[in-house]
Design a protein around this ligand. Structure first.
Ligand SMILES: [Zn+2]
Length: 476
């Protein structure tokens, strides 16, 4: 009976120990990779053996709902803040802030004004405040000073820097004397070629194959650096891509007098700032102008887009149906592929795969939100998550069952614009340390009990042992 009890105690103690310490500090490394514009179904378009290798030995989420608008900068900022566009403030690639009286434009790379980024705090800053170091290879926003900080290591954005050079930097930072625990790696394709060729083009096949080879190169380099089994690799993207056509163009000049408004952002979500006293005129002229364009007054924007409560969202937005293009006029030219449309559309959705000590193997999950990545990252890094719009509990099944599950709440209270309360999520990391301490105490108590019983049970056998030892001495 006693031995059974002891056996149970031992198993319980071993289990507690393994659960508590299953994610060792050297396993809390995360490399977040974004292949811009990698639509979810590109994985099946041509053979993608390296992506499938990650899926087989890691996890795969089939449907990732990104945020509206489904553009590059808004979504990349969501991935590292967990916030909707109206909350993090990067509401488009091209913006005008009427309070700051300043513009932001990806087209001209006029994106370095800190004030546009400071409605949120990206994960690298929180990571560094927690005493860790981060490294970023061209991830959007990582070469901008935000809240007086840069990532510990970063590269100035330069699209001509090769993928291999970016990977080399990431590996260097992860293997240095003071290794980073968070790496962010960005690559411009297949977005660039998707815009140029259109996603339906057969020429997209080789583009996707090339990305698969790049992933293969990254895996090879991680293995060579002995990082493959200790680092948590997350591969995702910001949005998908849909086919456009010269047959599907909406020209604003056909409906509006150019003198009556400023066009802040174009297709597929036209951001329109009417000039003083011209709001009604502009709205009326546009409201029923085209059957494939829906026009909203700012206050009428659907709640599900979480795209209303920010001064950078213009008084009128016009949203094109999938595959349609909004232009001032046709002289501007269009791209054969585009994104930015309703985030409920499947073709706007990106990929999500992960591999590493924290993740399950060969596990497929049906769906997640892009906002859920941020609390997952914070959990893996063991750092406090700031208020966000995601939910760790809805993605926790991606993690190995033995990984510490320390979080009890399901969803962060959605922060409203400018009302974030840093600190609410510190309980997540505190809970981890409480778990570690409690686990250690339980283990120590069980081992003391175990050894006490062991010693006691061995005492009656001592006289016999002494006799055996004594005998040869007597013979001598
Ligand atoms: Zn993009």
């Amino acid at each position: 009976m006693t031995s059974k009890l002891l056996c149970a105690a031992f198993i319980l103690a071993a289990l507690t120990l393994s659960i508590t310490f299953s994610l060792q500090p050297d396993q809390q490394k995360v490399l977040l990779v974004s292949f811009d514009g990698f639509r979810w179904d590109y994985l099946y378009r041509v053979p993608t053996p390296h992506f499938h290798y990650v899926m087989k030995y890691g996890v795969h989420v089939k449907q990732v709902t990104n945020i509206f608008i489904t553009k590059t900068y808004p979504n990349h900022y969501t991935l590292v803040t967990g916030l909707f566009a109206e909350n993090h403030g990067i509401v488009a690639n091209d913006m005008f802030d009427p309070i700051l009286n300043k513009s932001f434009s990806l087209d001209t790379m006029n994106i370095y004004d800190s004030e546009f980024w400071e409605e949120a705090t990206p994960i690298w800053i929180t990571n560094q405040k927690a005493g860790h170091t981060s490294g970023a290879a061209m991830w959007p926003g990582t070469d901008v000073k935000i809240h007086e900080s840069f990532p510990t290591h970063y590269m100035l954005y330069n699209e001509s820097v090769s993928f291999e050079e970016r990977v080399a930097k990431i590996i260097e930072w992860f293997t240095s004397k003071e290794p980073i625990n968070l790496g962010l790696l960005y690559w411009e394709d297949p977005d660039d070629m998707g815009h140029h060729l259109g996603p339906d083009s057969p020429l997209m096949g080789p583009v996707i194959s090339d990305i698969d080879n790049k992933l293969g190169y990254l895996i090879q380099m991680l293995k060579k650096a002995n990082l493959w089994n200790t680092l948590n690799l997350i591969i995702t993207s910001d949005h998908g891509m849909t086919q456009c056509s010269e047959e599907r163009v909406i020209e604003l000049d056909q409906y509006l007098d150019k003198e009556h408004y400023l066009l802040i952002d174009q297709s597929p979500v036209a951001a329109i700032l009417p000039k003083e006293g011209k709001f009604d005129e502009v709205y009326e002229a546009l409201a029923h102008a085209h059957p494939n364009m829906t026009v909203y007054k700012k206050e009428e924007i659907p709640e599900r887009w979480h795209y209303k409560y920010n001064t950078r969202v213009q008084p009128i937005i016009a949203v094109a149906d999938e595959g349609w293009y909004i232009l001032q006029n046709k002289s501007e030219g269009l791209m054969l592929g585009n994104h930015g449309y309703d985030n409920a559309l499947a073709e706007m959705h990106p990929i999500f795969l992960a591999h590493g000590p924290a993740f399950r193997k060969n596990f497929t999950k049906a769906a997640m939100n892009a906002t859920d990545l941020y609390p997952l990252l914070c959990h893996l890094l063991g750092i406090p998550a700031l208020p966000h719009n995601g939910s760790l509990s809805s993605v926790q099944d991606l993690l190995r069952p033995t990984a510490p599950r320390t979080v009890t709440h399901t969803q962060s209270p959605p922060p409203h614009h400018g009302s974030g309360k840093p600190g609410e999520h510190e309980q997540e990391s505190n809970a981890y340390f409480i778990g570690v301490s409690l686990g250690s105490i339980i283990v120590i108590v069980f081992f003391i009990t175990f050894f006490k019983h062991l010693i006691r049970s061995q005492i009656p056998a001592l006289p016999d042992m002494q006799a055996e030892i004594a005998q040869p001495l007597l013979q001598a």
